[in-house]
Design a protein around this ligand. Structure first.
Ligand SMILES: NC(=O)c1ccc[n+]([C@@H]2O[C@H](COP(=O)([O-])OP(=O)(O)OC[C@H]3O[C@@H](n4cnc5c(N)ncnc54)[C@H](OP(=O)(O)O)[C@@H]3O)[C@@H](O)[C@H]2O)c1
Length: 229
């Protein structure tokens, strides 16, 4: 990963922390973004924090313009921004919840893809790796807004794969099951954590897809469900 410039969105989230650290450990230059990211979140000299709100066209564009101006290129987008809402049936889901799921899980992907694709195409072997969810393909009762937003983002990533293979740019999406993050341990305290997906497993898969070995994997929708299947 030496000489590679990587953008990790959601870089200090439950998964993003592992992804950012894994790229730093691999020797990459890593730009970590989120609304509240700080330079002190990672101690490696390869890390740069660039706070951004990527649910708008302008926020995503300003971020990517800054990266290209400062680092000269962008090789990899690792997109982990997303969020969950569940409980009510479709009949009882409020407009606010549905809109929040679309903003977080779909609109952020659209805006960051549109902003990054021109730079990623320039490198000749760019990579897009996005995080969906198991529920994008296996919806469950009570999570309609979340499932629909993740299903739509999977579609967008597959389209990006088709539209950019001419430039050697690949786009793949990983669908984790429940991950062993601090937030999940807090909110589902009585679960068997050993059955959950380890964030490090997903981070390692992202690193592999971003490397030379991943160049022929394009448009893949990759389940990572742990042992809780
Ligand atoms: N956790 C699970 O069990 C699980 C299972 C399946 C799939 N997933 C998916 O995996 C991904 C990572 O999950 P996670 O648990 O690591 O989530 P997380 O801890 O909530 O991290 C997501 C990060 O995204 C950032 N963010 C949110 N909105 C943003 C915006 N508009 N602009 C820029 N940054 C924004 C947040 O940081 P700021 O507040 O600083 O902006 C947050 O730290 C998500 O896509 C999630 O849907 C998670």
């Amino acid at each position: 990963m030496k000489d590679k410039v990587i953008l990790v969105t959601g870089a200090h989230g439950g998964l993003g922390t592992y992804v950012t650290q894994a790229f730093l450990d691999a020797g990459a230059t890593v730009i970590g973004t989120s609304r509240k990211i700080q330079q002190s979140d990672f101690s490696s000299p390869g890390f740069t924090a660039l706070p951004a709100e990527i649910s708008s066209r302008e926020g995503a564009k300003v971020l990517v313009d800054q990266i290209v101006a400062r680092f000269g290129k962008l090789d990899v987008l690792a997109h982990t921004v997303g969020g969950f809402a569940g409980g009510p049936s479709i009949a009882d889901t409020g407009d606010d919840v549905f809109q929040r799921m679309l903003d977080l899980n779909l609109n952020c992907v659209f805006h960051i893809l549109r902003a990054t694709i021109p730079a990623l195409r320039q490198t000749g072997n760019g990579r897009i790796i996005a995080i969906g969810s198991r529920q994008a393909v296996e919806p469950a009762a009570g999570v309609g807004a979340y499932s629909a937003s993740k299903a739509a983002m999977v579609s967008l990533i597959r389209t990006a794969a088709l539209e950019n293979k001419d430039a050697g740019l690949t786009a793949n999406v990983i669908l984790p099951g429940t991950m062993d993050t601090p937030a999940n341990r807090k909110s589902i305290a009585n679960a068997d954590f050993s059955k959950w997906v380890q964030p490090a497993t997903v981070a390692n898969l992202i690193i592999w897809l971003a490397g030379d070995a991943g160049k022929d994997i394009n448009g893949a929708v990759i389940p990572v469900y742990g042992s809780d299947v």
